[in-house]
Design a protein around this ligand. Structure first.
Ligand code: PLP
Length: 364
């Protein structure tokens, strides 16, 4: 059996050494006589796994004690609504910067729980750009400013951290967390569904400033405990049964990242992978095309089209046969998309680049 280079946008490829370790421990975790997913989340074995995972994530991202780190459920989609429930009241305003499909969904889901304002949007460019931050219409009374650092479908990424002079910054980092170093102290809250760059689906990591938790608890005492970030923080994400296996596997991924040299090393590797792929696209004489402004092209998700849509089918069939899987683009955009998260090795991108050149020679 050989594992293919897997370009899936999510659930995405995981590092092979992580899966091998999980397999070797699956039936009998560290001589305990049971799998780690078969034991109590309140027992010392799982508590140890959970604490080590959190400590590793704190080291990797440089997260200070001013922040709580939560391991929750519901997908990033649930948190689109849940963050509004926690951080704004029904009468409060919140500012949103929309640079793609996920930002649109974040707006739609929050709108039932606070007064959402779109401070800037790049919809008029079909989400191929990022509006200049100096033009953002940020309001003084905003409860927070929300943005999507990497738009997974449109392949648009912020290469800077924006700021509001008025409100804490909230980032949906689902598809870019851990891909490079980031200064956590500039954020009020970071959240990410796990299935792109952390581990299996079913887990959401929330990193939130403790001062925001206190305000949220005071503002929304009626909120169900399971939906309250403050209550979750007070119980160390163990208010009810957490997604134990996903949490364990995330911990293995964090260990793997530290062994790779941490986020600085990953950032260099991810930049090199992205440069190689965009060069292949831009150097193809319009045989392949990526429409995104080069200033804000994603390091993680690279959508591209072939010059003739009729070639999509053979491209997908032949790439699959060449060991390159899941290159089909999102249904909203068509064409192709190569997701090249942390677990995608440089050899995987090199294999794709060489397949693309060969395919063009045969069909150009
Ligand atoms: C995948 C993704 C989501 C949705 O995640 P779910 O876990 O399916 O809810 C939200 N935001 C971004 C940026 C994503 O890439």
């Amino acid at each position: 059996m050989t594992r293919q280079f897997n370009f899936s946008a999510g659930p995405a490829m995981l590092p092979t050494p992580v899966l091998e370790q999980a397999r070797s421990e699956l039936l009998d975790w560290h001589g305990s006589g049971a799998s780690i997913m078969e034991v109590s989340h309140r027992g010392k074995d799982f508590i140890g796994v959970a604490e080590r995972a959190e400590a590793a994530l704190r080291r990797l991202m440089g997260i200070s004690d001013d922040y709580a780190v939560l391991f929750l459920q519901g997908g990033a989609t649930q948190h689109f609504a849940q963050l509004a429930m926690n951080l704004a009241g029904p009468q409060d305003h919140a500012d949103y910067v929309v640079t793609g499909a996920w930002g649109e969904k974040a707006v739609r889901e929050a709108a039932g729980y606070c007064k959402v304002r779109v401070a800037a949007s790049s919809k008029d460019t079909a989400y191929t750009s990022i509006p200049d931050p100096s033009t953002w219409d940020l309001q003084e009374d905003a409860a927070y400013l929300h943005y999507t650092p990497n738009e997974t479908i449109h392949g648009v990424e912020f290469h800077l951290v924006p700021a509001s002079p008025h409100a804490p910054l909230i980032a949906d980092m689902s598809s870019t967390i851990l891909s490079r170093p980031v200064d956590v102290s500039r954020f009020g809250m970071i959240y990410a569904g796990a299935q792109k760059n952390i581990g299996p689906s079913g887990l959401v990591v929330v990193i939130i400033e403790r001062s925001l938790l206190d305000r949220a608890a005071a503002r929304r005492p009626e909120l169900a405990a399971v939906l309250s970030y403050a209550a979750q923080a007070a119980s160390e994400s163990m208010l009810n049964t957490p997604p134990t296996f996903a949490w364990y596997l995330a911990g293995l991924v964090f260990d793997w990242l530290e062994a790779q040299g941490g986020l600085a090393a990953m950032g260099e590797r991810n930049a090199a992978k992205a440069v190689a792929l965009y060069q292949a696209i831009d150097g193809s004489g319009q045989f392949y095309r990526n429409p995104v402004d080069p200033e804000c092209r994603s390091w993680m998700n690279v959508p591209f089209r072939l010059h003739d849509d009729a070639l999509d089918r053979p491209f997908l069939a032949e790439s699959q046969a060449a060991g390159l899987m899941a290159l089909k683009g999102h249904r909203a955009l068509g064409g192709m998309r190569a997701s090249i998260y942390n677990a995608m090795p440089e050899e995987g991108v090199a294999a794709l680049v060489s397949f693309m050149a060969d395919f063009q020679r045969r069909n150009g």
